[in-house]
Design a protein around this ligand. Structure first.
Ligand SMILES: Cc1ncc(COP(=O)(O)O)c(C=O)c1O
Length: 437
């Protein structure tokens, strides 16, 4: 399996050998590395990307869920070309940020927002804000949920021994994570045990998308909101991914009002922009002499203009209809493949995204997820790659369909997946699963 990948990508291999001398693992984010070496991409257009060897791929990773507008979207190019003529960073506030803030507040049901540039920065600020508001220290997070690469939440993201509190990176001192409490996703009992009066906030991916795609138990979600009210802590929805899956994100989908909402990834059409938003009484605590929030590149000219056109003209209700419909076709395709080939395969889908598990049923939480045997998944992945389809970014990721994907793209995906799953049924590809990414 891996040999097909190696045969098709000699230039990626060469680049890796050169780059790893100057960059650890030859990449700028651990998530971009996979064995035996990463794929180096040159360009993208619509639903496609091309690598340094000239191979074309239909891309369902889409920058880990960013590019729902498709690669090199014409509208985004036009807007950025225009905007850059007037400069890229103003230093003081750019005059259009208020327009974008209002648009986001109305669409996502928020009272106020502040902008940052990445999901990591936004979740980092959100827990500071929650602690300042409640004057409490403890933060509850869920095992298997990822909230970016900062120390306090980089705990039990992908532990090999679930249930034991473990930092998901070297270099995170015990003291830094002592106020982070880790509990099971979708598990009311586990949550009830820790939901106490000393908790500042619970942060969650409202649909778990860093262990494939694990749907949310609505009763569980209801309990989280009820207990947060009863015990006086805040609910933070980290919608870095989910915010781009439905028109008004997961909060809109579940019809709930979290105290703080984080948005990122898809909302700026491929430019780096994230949002910390929420209820007025919480957000008003941000300011000089109060809760610190800053960032040189926050709401820069390019990101703001790109976000405005993305939300106003590209990620419209009808665009979501298109993405959801094609994603459903993909789900049906995988269901048929499983049936036809008699393979134990479970499929989870939420809007434009979905994931497959080589198991009888979709896991409910991280403990069930990490127990799975991923050797079939890796066979599937390398066959997909060598056949010109990037099905998702990794074994713990999910597919995303963009506004530029077509029915033909979906058909090609299903065709290739049938072959990949047939091979996966027979051949195992054992790859190491690392505790930290
Ligand atoms: C749910 C979630 N939160 C936060 C982040 C971090 O975002 P960023 O990579 O923009 O810092 C990610 C990234 O994948 C994510 O999936």
């Amino acid at each position: 399996m891996i040999s097909d990948y190696v045969n098709k990508t000699p230039k990626s291999k060469l680049l890796y050998i050169e780059n790893k001398h100057f960059m650890p693992y030859g990449v700028s984010s651990n998530y971009r590395y996979f064995d035996p070496y990463p794929l180096y991409l040159v360009k993208g257009k619509g639903s496609r990307v091309w690598d340094v060897d000239g191979n074309e791929y239909i891309d369902y990773n889409l920058g880990f869920g960013v590019l729902e507008v498709g690669h090199a979207n014409e509208k985004i190019i036009e807007v950025i070309n225009d905007a850059i003529k007037d400069g890229s960073i103003m230093g003081f506030e750019y005059y259009k940020t208020g327009t974008l803030a209002k648009m986001i507040c109305q669409r996502y049901g928020l009272d106020m927002v502040r902008f940052s540039s990445s999901g990591t920065e936004a979740t980092m600020h959100s827990i500071r804000l929650a602690r300042a508001f409640t004057k409490r220290k403890k933060i509850i997070k869920f095992e298997g949920h990822y909230h970016g690469s900062h120390d306090q939440l980089l705990v039990n993201v992908n532990p090999l021994k679930p249930g034991i509190k473990t930092p998901s990176s070297l270099g995170i001192p015990e003291e830094i994570i002592q106020n982070t409490i880790v509990v099971d996703w979708n598990n009311i009992e586990s949550f009830e045990k820790v939901a106490k009066e000393d908790v500042a906030a619970v942060i969650m991916e409202p649909v778990a998308m860093n262990m494939g795609l694990i749907p949310t138990d609505k009763e569980f979600l209801k309990t989280v909101f009820e207990l947060s009210k009863e015990k006086g802590f805040l609910v933070i929805f980290d919608e870095t991914k989910t915010g781009g899956k439905f028109y008004s994100g997961a909060a809109g989908y579940f019809n709930v009002k979290p105290d703080i909402v984080i948005l990122g990834k898809a909302i700026a059409g491929g430019l780096p922009l994230s949002v910390i938003g929420g209820k007025r009484e919480v957000m008003e605590l941000i300011g000089p002499g109060k809760v610190a929030h800053g960032g040189t590149f926050n709401a820069n000219v390019l990101a703001v203009n790109s976000a405005i056109v993305t939300l106003q003209e590209l990620l419209t209700e009808s665009a979501f209809y298109h993405m959801h419909r094609l994603s459903e076709m993909l789900e049906m395709g995988y269901t048929d493949i499983a049936e036809d080939l008699g393979v134990e395969l479970s499929i989870a889908r939420w809007g434009p995204s979905g994931s497959i598990y080589f198991s009888e049923s979709v896991p409910k939480n991280y403990k069930e997820f990490i127990k799975l045997d991923f050797s079939k998944w890796f066979t599937y992945f390398y066959v997909m790659l060598s056949s010109g389809v990037i099905p998702m970014g990794g074994f713990n990721e999910q597919w995303t369909v963009s506004i530029k994907h077509t029915e033909e793209d979906i058909q090609k995906h299903i065709e290739v997946a049938e072959e990949a799953i047939r091979k996966a049924k027979e051949i195992k590809t054992n790859m190491p699963i690392e505790e930290s990414f």
